[in-house]
Design a protein around this ligand. Structure first.
Ligand code: AHG
Ligand code: MN
Ligand code: MN
Length: 327
């Protein structure tokens, strides 16, 4: 036993599919326990944050823990009913066994810049039904995910997950080594005055994001008439987890740096699974104006500007975008 599923988990699927999803999530839990153990040893593991000399398909320098995490996730999925695996750390889709029913996309280690800082990092995953070939299993819209979520390696190791019927949090109990249901049917508060953005990119943003942040900074006497607070962990999983627990909005918009025209985060294995758990908890996820889960994937490592969290600020940011385009 690695995870004690809530009796309601994946109940909207027929028995066979539910068993396949549970087996795959269990395999991911095995991988997450290994990665969590390595993270907990930190510097005792020697050089987890060292640059390996390799680069992933996006040109990001790979760190030792990126590569190890990808190997651990791959090995775990080989034991699961998974035909295809798409990873941030692999240029192309890996075929594991064409006769298996599912396809999994993953960011095996999210928050690489925080590896050596003892700050929360994680693993993100997205599960689809496998199609007739590798490409068509992933080149589709995120609303076709059958399960999505992420693990956080922090003060607690947690799993935030949805199979399309609400979002739940499981906690890895260090006493038993099993993931136990801790919070079921999470709900994100709809109004919040806390935002997350890498403000050092201010000069690169377009007019709409700049206007929104300036209005947040203007406080109670500004157009938004509230005192705002800012938090930015720099690990998507940790920022998403905070927003699930106490509300707020996350922004990684497009900006005018080379390579950032579509923001930084990847649609398949970062934005889509996060959008799925956020929507299932009553929040909203867009690229500024359009729903993330409606966007067709046209390249495996495609980026997307990302705005998600409490409904009210996400909708307010949408108005700023539309206003700056005079729509
Ligand atoms: P990854 O470590 O998988 O490359 O992802 C890092 C992402 C995400 O976790 C975070 O929100 C964002 O990059 C931080 O970007 P900046 O370093 O530009 O702030
Ligand atoms: Mn990431
Ligand atoms: Mn990563």
């Amino acid at each position: 036993m690695t995870i004690n599923f809530s009796s309601g988990f994946a109940k909207n699927f027929q028995d066979t599919k539910q068993a396949e999803i549970r087996a795959t999530v269990s395999a991911l839990c095995v991988a997450a326990k290994r990665i969590s153990h390595i993270c907990a040893r930190g510097p005792l593991e020697n050089g987890l944050g060292d640059i390996t000399g390799g680069a992933n398909s996006d040109g990001d320098a790979q760190k030792a823990l990126d590569v190890r995490s990808d190997e651990i996730v791959t090995a775990a999925l080989e034991t699961a009913p998974v035909a295809y695996y798409a990873s941030e750390e692999q240029d192309d889709i890996l075929t594991l066994d064409v006769n298996k029913p599912l396809a999994v996309a993953s960011d095996p280690l999210d928050g690489s810049s925080n590896i050596d800082t003892n700050v929360s990092i994680g693993t993100i995953f997205s599960i689809y039904s496998a199609c007739k070939d590798a490409k068509s299993s992933f080149f589709r819209v995120g609303s076709e995910q059958i399960c999505g979520g992420f693990f956080v390696y922090g003060p607690q190791t947690t799993l935030v997950i949805t199979a399309g019927d609400g979002t739940d949090t499981y906690v890895l109990d260090p006493d038993t080594g099993d993931f136990e249901l801790a919070i079921s049917n999470m709900k994100i508060i709809s109004a919040s005055t806390e935002y997350a953005i890498n403000a050092s990119n201010h000069k690169h943003w377009d007019a709409s994001i700049r206007a929104y942040i300036e209005d947040c900074l203007a406080g109670v006497s500004g157009p938004l008439a509230a005192q705002y607070n800012m938090r930015w962990v720099g690990s998507l999983v940790a920022d998403a987890n905070r927003i699930l627990s106490r509300g707020g909005v996350f922004m990684y918009p497009s900006d005018n740096r080379a390579g950032y025209q579509e923001g930084r985060l990847r649609l398949l294995y970062e934005a889509n699974p996060v959008a799925f758990v956020i929507e299932q908890a009553g929040g909203v996820a867009t690229d500024g104006t359009r729903r993330v889960l409606d966007m067709p994937l046209t390249a495996l490592h495609q980026r997307v500007p990302l705005v998600f969290g409490s409904k009210t600020p996400v909708r307010t940011i949408e108005k700023y975008h539309l206003r700056s385009k005079n729509i």
